[in-house]
Design a protein around this ligand. Structure first.
Ligand code: SAH
Length: 406
């Protein structure tokens, strides 16, 4: 006798064998090419039942009618998530994500509160900067009015005096076939007016944040713990390459004689200078292309005791891998040559497509070319408020190697 299949109420999505293998391996995304075309017309962002190629239930997911990523798993249990419970579950997951940050984030008024898949809320990113909270909605599901309300309500309960500001990425809305929308305030504080600029404290340093300014990205919160680690080893003359708004530079300053921060963006450096002022620090800011600057400095024989390299992601796709490695190697080679004996290199990569092993291999080659002996002191990743979800390698993207040069 054949066992009767459990009844399901959510519309079913049947996966191909490849799609099912991916979900069983722990990944939460399934591409459209790995699902069978649904028989019924589905609403954008619908909650669907996910079935393997043999019709066995794998769990529930949120569906997109437009994205290449057709479904993102929401629950991997055989027990069905009821559509009528979805908003409440989303609200509870936001609360759980906040409770986790309360537990692990110390001495900081800024952190990532919700990191999408890694907090079981695919398509939602929420960051906190003192009492400004920014929210990014990346999928049709998270843009559903009932789910947006659940998220906002949970945020409001935990942060009654915060302003919630939605940062809209127009390109993502287009890809998800969502109507265009402007960035702006989506929830005001319970008392007083909405606020779009503030000063936040991390690791006992102060930084400006202006959500409505031209600078789209906020701070690089994933580097928060790496800033503190870098500061511990920093000595003497320090150089922070790709400084943005001075994150590493200001941390290094605490233990260095002199700090220079380099970036090609004047706008970022203006904020960096304001940030230095807030802390009473005197950093030299240089607007330059990092590759040219390092070349000029090394040709002129300039030496440093501490160098930070934190470039933007060079490998946006796996296709860029070789070019990316060449870029990383050039930067690291030049930096290694310019470090005095006993000096420290803090070198980062936020390219998901370059693994830690590949990054270390590049660094080894650069070390050999520079004819230096280098010891790795720490292999670090993103701060704990950016957890890595096993099975979803995309959540493990940031590498920060701290090394000492002989
Ligand atoms: N270290 C920073 C984050 C760096 S983000 C922090 O912790 O906050 C990458 C930075 O590199 C951006 O500020 C960008 O303006 C800068 N950048 C990109 N290409 C560059 C180049 N070729 N030369 C110098 N800066 C560059």
């Amino acid at each position: 006798m054949k066992a009767s299949k459990p009844a399901i109420t959510n519309p079913p999505i049947h996966l191909t064998a490849r799609g099912a293998a991916r979900v069983k391996g722990g990944h939460v995304w399934v591409y459209r090419s790995d699902i069978k075309e649904p028989k019924q017309k589905l609403e954008p962002g619908a909650l669907v039942a996910v079935l393997d190629e043999k019709g066995r239930i794998l769990g529930d997911a949120l569906y997109s009618t437009a994205s290449l990523i057709a479904i993102r798993m929401f629950a991997s249990s055989r027990e069905e998530t009821l559509a009528s419970d979805l908003a409440e579950i989303v609200g509870n997951r936001v609360a759980a994500a906040i409770a986790y940050r309360d537990e692990i984030v110390q001495q900081s008024e800024a952190c990532r509160l919700v990191f999408s898949e890694a907090d079981f809320l695919p398509g939602l990113i929420v960051d906190r900067y003192e009492d400004i909270i920014t929210m990014q909605v990346l999928t049709q599901a998270m843009d559903r009015p009932d789910l947006r309300d659940a998220v906002l309500q949970s945020l409001r309960e935990h942060f009654p005096s915060a302003t919630v500001y939605e940062r809209v990425d127009e390109r993502i809305r287009e890809l998800e076939h969502l109507p265009p929308k402007a960035s702006g305030v989506v929830a005001k504080p319970q008392k007083g007016n909405a606020k779009t600029a503030t000063i936040f404290n991390i690791n006992n340093l102060r930084f400006h944040y202006d959500v409505a300014s031209g600078q789209k990205t906020g701070a690089f919160l994933d580097q928060r713990d790496n800033y503190a680690a870098a500061a511990q080893y920093a000595r003497g003359d320090a150089l922070d390459v790709f400084t943005y708004q001075g994150g590493f530079a200001l941390h290094l300053y605490q233990n260095c004689r002199r700090v220079t921060g380099v970036d090609s963006s004047r706008q970022a450096l203006e904020v960096a200078e304001d940030n230095a002022g807030l802390n009473g620090y005197n950093v030299d800011w240089v607007e330059a292309n990092a590759f040219d600057y390092l070349k000029d400095q090394s040709t002129s024989g300039r030496m440093y005791d501490t160098i930070v390299l934190d470039p933007p992601a060079f490998a946006k796709t796996r296709k860029n891998f070789d070019t990316a490695i060449r870029g990383y190697k050039e930067l690291n080679l030049r930096a290694l040559k310019m470090l005095r004996a006993g000096g420290t290199l803090i070198t980062c990569s936020c390219s998901f497509h370059v693994s830690e092993a590949e990054f270390l291999e590049m660094l080894t080659a650069a070390t050999a070319d520079a004819r230096r002996r280098v010891r790795v002191l720490e292999k670090r990743n993103a701060a704990k408020d950016h957890p890595v979800l096993l099975g979803v390698p995309e959540t493990n993207y940031l590498k920060c190697i701290i090394a000492r040069v002989e």
